[in-house]
Design a protein around this ligand. Structure first.
Ligand code: PGA
Length: 252
């Protein structure tokens, strides 16, 4: 059975005290409820160690929003896989569309980062997705195919099983426009099919594929009910405790 996951990507939001408050609320919620999914958050890196101190029972798993391509040294502002494993973070986002758009992230880099993370026992959440132009011109399947192959297909079967994929159509991120549940299912099934072709169905069936892009309490349940959608990567709605927990409850 593959993992069901609701992951919050906080991006560059919240002061330290606001972040602590939300983490404490989430910890309390998770300790009281038996959620039908695993719950992850990716707070700003400055708050990662505070998050580790709060979620001591692993009621929420802590992820970085980004990781360096380099392992150590003169790379000002970067965070390494060793640093993440030394604080016992669970994993890291890799290839988020905002990193691609504003920081020149590429799939070749993502491939290296995914391998570095796996080597340290970290779970990579590899993000991909097409832009509006690419969808309008009917290129979305090819874009997803290229992204998935370049970033992931040099992994071994055992390695790819540990990767979480987040399909996030760029046109749906932070726009309030969500892919329909059918559109999400179509791409998720396509990605799983690509993995099955390369690694076999058994391996493909173990890879969790999350949907991201304007998931909200009122659309989460329907999107998550699709057979190849194993949860969500949530931006804006992960910043409010009521919204985030309502999305977690979609798996109850
Ligand atoms: P959003 O962001 O839920 O605010 O659209 C999702 C993401 O970027 O991961």
């Amino acid at each position: 059975m593959r993992r069901k996951i609701v992951a919050g990507n906080w991006k560059m939001n919240k002061t330290f005290s606001e972040a602590q408050e939300l983490m404490n609320q989430l910890s309390t919620y998770q300790k009281k409820h038996t959620s039908g999914c695993e719950v992850y958050i990716a707070p700003p890196s400055l708050y990662l160690t505070a998050a580790m101190d709060i979620f001591t029972q692993h009621e929420v798993r802590v992820f970085s929003q980004e990781v360096s391509l380099h392992t150590e040294g003169a790379f000002t502002g970067e965070i390494s896989v060793d640093m993440l494993s030394s604080i016992r973070a669970t994993g890291t986002l890799i290839g988020h569309s905002e990193r691609r758009q504003y920081h020149g992230e590429t799939d070749a880099n993502c491939n290296k980062k995914v391998k570095l993370a796996l080597d340290k026992g970290l779970i990579p959440i590899y993000c991909n997705g097409e832009t509006l132009e690419q969808r309008k011109s009917g290129q979305h399947f090819n874009v997803i195919k290229d992204q998935t192959e370049v970033a992931l297909f040099s992994l071994t079967p055992d390695e790819i099983k540990k990767v979480v994929i987040a399909y996030e159509p760029v046109w749906a991120i932070g726009t309030g426009e969500t892919a329909s549940p059918e559109q999400a299912q179509e791409i998720h099934a396509y990605i799983r099919g690509l993995i099955a072709e390369k690694y076999g169905q058994e391996v493909a069936d173990e890879v969790s594929i999350l949907y991201g892009g304007s998931v909200k309490p009122d659309n989460a349940k329907e999107i998550f009910s699709k057979p190849d959608v194993d949860g969500g990567l949530i931006g804006g709605a992960s910043l409010k405790i009521d919204d985030f927990t309502a999305i977690i409850k979609a798996f109850d």
